[in-house]
Design a protein around this ligand. Sequence first.
Ligand SMILES: Nc1nc2c(c(=O)[nH]1)N[C@H]1C(S)=C(S)[C@@H](COP(=O)(O)O)O[C@H]1N2
Ligand SMILES: [Mo]
Length: 320
Amino acid sequence: MKIPSSEITPEHVYRNRRQFMQAAAALAVGAVAAAACGSPTPTAEPPAPTRPAPGAAAPPTAGPLTDELGDPANTFEEITNYNNFYEFTTDKQKVAVLARNYPTRPWTVEVGGLVRNPKTFAIEDILSRFDQEERIYRLRCVEGWSMVIPWLGFPLRKLLEIVEPTSEARYVRFQSVLDPQRMPGQRNPWYEWPYVEGLRLDEAMHDLTILSTGLYGKLLLPQNGAPLRLVVPWKYGFKSIKSIVRIDLVAEQPSSLWMIAAPHEYGFYANVNPDVPHPRWSQRTERRIGEAGRRPTLMFNGYAEQVAALYAGMDLRKYY
Ligand SMILES: Nc1nc2c(c(=O)[nH]1)N[C@H]1C(S)=C(S)[C@@H](COP(=O)(O)O)O[C@H]1N2
Ligand SMILES: [Mo]
């Protein structure tokens, strides 16, 4: 299935159609999943956007596409052409091209470890089983840039509830695909592949923590971590691991790729915090992609009200 570029929804159309899309998202993604099931050819292309039937009443006009602070979403172009995905390259502007034909079908995600009900999910199963909601989140990279991204996804909690963590489970460990044949960056010996990340179980169960399958109402493109990636909006972007193939419930705090590569620079928590500098630069400000100048970085990336309680009593300079 090849979609001509004329089929890719221009953003202003997406913005106006958004309320309709929100209602239709679950259905639309479900339909795509069904189609992918019957199709022998894997495709890295996004599905055609769902349109109202010809002659149907125009969808209600949605407000501007902004986050809850009123800041506009970054453009689809920006979000899909400025990426960190070290499996391909460390050059943010070349990830999109190098990842373009990365096959994301067939794809399965094994969920196991300390659970009563280990399960392997096919991506089609994930797309049809969980209602896909839109979440407009800020993404703040530890390097000091940020974007506002309209993700499509579902709370990680819903998947974890299905596998039933046992009482010994304290952390969740996530693993990206290992594929050095197709991922040139994985031949770089500076990093311990595959990419691994982790969350404390209560962080993983928090409602803001989602598994994302799409953005701007379309399935994820490879550069954004298709077909399934984590999004934890109050943590630095590197926690939001892409192209997940394995999720384990574990008793001990997992070590991430970044903790192993540079332990004094990257800790397990990685909560966005303007008061805790990176050893090599300040975290007080950030550059919003598409904006001139810099803006102040917000505690927990602006989600303090929702998540500060998770860290009550912890010294955030020590648990960085
Ligand atoms: N597997 C994997 N996941 C990853 C990365 C990576 O290199 N490999 N980079 C991280 C970093 S540093 C950031 S800032 C975000 C960027 O996500 P985006 O390209 O979708 O904006 O992905 C994160 N997830
Ligand atoms: Mo990042």
